[in-house]
Ligand binder design. Sequence first.
Ligand SMILES: Cc1cc2nc3c(=O)[nH]c(=O)nc-3n(C[C@H](O)[C@H](O)[C@H](O)COP(=O)(O)OP(=O)(O)OC[C@H]3O[C@@H](n4cnc5c(N)ncnc54)[C@H](O)[C@@H]3O)c2cc1C
Length: 428
Amino acid sequence: MSQSTKKHVVILGAGFGGLNAAKQLLKADCQVTLVDRNNHHLFQPLLYQVATAQLSTPDIAKSIRSTLPMNKNVNVLMDEVMGIELDKKSVQLASGNHLNYDYLIIGLGAVSGYFGNNHWAEHCIGLKSLEEAVRIRRRVLHAYEKAEVSNNPEEQKKLMTTVVVGGGPTGVEMSGSLIELARQVLKGAYHNIDPSKGRVILIEAAPKVLGTFADPLPQRALEALEELGVEVKLNSPVQNITANTVELKDETIHAENIIWAAGVQAPQITQTLGLPTSRGGQILVEKDCSLPNHPEAFAIGDIVSMKDAAGKPVPGVSPAAIQMGKHVAKLIQTELKLNKSAGEVKRPRFAYFDKGSMATIGRSKAIASFSIFKMTGIIAWLMWLFIHLLYLVGFKNKISVLLQWFYAYVNFQRGARIISGLTHKNQN
Ligand SMILES: Cc1cc2nc3c(=O)[nH]c(=O)nc-3n(C[C@H](O)[C@H](O)[C@H](O)COP(=O)(O)OP(=O)(O)OC[C@H]3O[C@@H](n4cnc5c(N)ncnc54)[C@H](O)[C@@H]3O)c2cc1C
C-alpha cells in the first residue's frame, strides 16, 4: 500500500453507509481506502424484484469504481475483511494485505439470522445478496418447469408451492410479487400445469404482518396480500425446517422453495472485537457512532445497535445507514481541518431523521407512513416507486428500472425470466 503523510481513513463496506461516508470524504484532506468483497454497491430494497424476474442484476447494482470519481483521494479495494485489530489500528484482508489506519469506519451490514437454528440455512434461501436473489429466481422458475414435465399431481403441488418465512417488509414484498408471478405472468404459459394454482404461503410468528407499521396499515397489508391470493399464517412460529418442509405447531407444509425473510444479525466479525454487542451481535456504539474506548473507529448502518435522542432504536434501514455514514465522515473532516486527534474535539451525537417507511404489496398496492400521515393503495404505491427510483444509484439504472416497470405495468409481463447455470446434476 502506498504511504502518504495524509491521515488514512479506511472504510469497510461500500453499502449505503460506507459509500456515503466515502462520497462525503472526497474533498477532505486525507487518503481514503474503501474495501468491499464485491465490486458493486447493491440496492437491497429491490432485490426481491430480481428474485421474482422483474429486474435484472445490473439494474440494482453499480460498480463502486464507476460511482466514485477517478483521481480523487479514494482508493477502492475489492477484498474481503478477515479481521480487525483495534489496538493495533489494523485491518486484515483475505488477499494477505494489512491496512493501517488513523480512522476506521465499519459498515459491513448484516447477514440472515436464524434465531440460533443455523442448520435451517441449508434448506432456505435468504435475500441479502445478488447471488441469493438470482438463486431464488432460478429455483422458482425451474420449479414450474419441473412441474410441467411431472405426471405426479402431489409432486406438482409441492413444486408449485413456495413458503416465505417472515412477515416484515421483505417477506411481504416477496410473497406479493411471487403470487403475481404465478397468477398474472406465468398463467397460460404451460400446457400441463396451471401456474395460477401455485401457492405462496407467508408465515409470521407475530399476530400481524408489518408489525413495525402503525395500525391500521398492517391490517390493510394483510387484506391486500389475501386479495392477491397469498395464504398468510399469523401467530405461527416455525418449529423446524428440513429439506422441502416447514413445520409449524400443528401443520407441516411441503414446498419446493423456502425463502427466509425472518431475521437478520450482525456478521461474525463483531464477536471478535472485544466490544459489547446486542443479542443480534450488533455493536453497541457510542452516541457519535464511535466504538467504546476507540474514538478513531466508528461503526455505521445495520452492523450497529443504537438509540436516538428519544430513546427509540434507530432502525436497520438505508436512510439510517446513509445518515450515519455522512455523520461520521463529517466528524472526521472537522478533526482533520482543526488538525486535532480523534476525539479531541467535542462531537455532536448522531441524530436520526426518520423520513417515514413504506412497503409495497403488489401492483398498485402499498402502504406508507410519514409521521402522522398514513397512506394505502395506488398513491402509496406511486410514492414507493418514486422514492426507490430517487435512491437507486446511477442514472442509467434509474432509466432502465423505470422502463421495465412501465413495460411490466402495461403488459403484465416480466423481463428477466431467463434462467441459466442449471445442469442435470446441479439443479440448485
Ligand atoms: C431484501 C431487503 C430489502 C430491504 N428493503 C429496504 C427498504 O425498502 N427500505 C430501506 O430503507 N431499507 C431496506 N433494506 C435495508 C437496507 O438495505 C439496509 O438497512 C442497508 O443496506 C444497510 O446499509 P449498510 O451500509 O449498513 O450495509 P449494506 O448496504 O448491507 O452494505 C454492507 C457492505 O459490506 C460488504 N461486506 C460485508 N462483509 C464484508 C467483508 N467481510 N469484507 C468485505 N466487504 C464486506 C457488502 O458486500 C456490502 O457491500 C432492505 C434490506 C434487504 C436485505
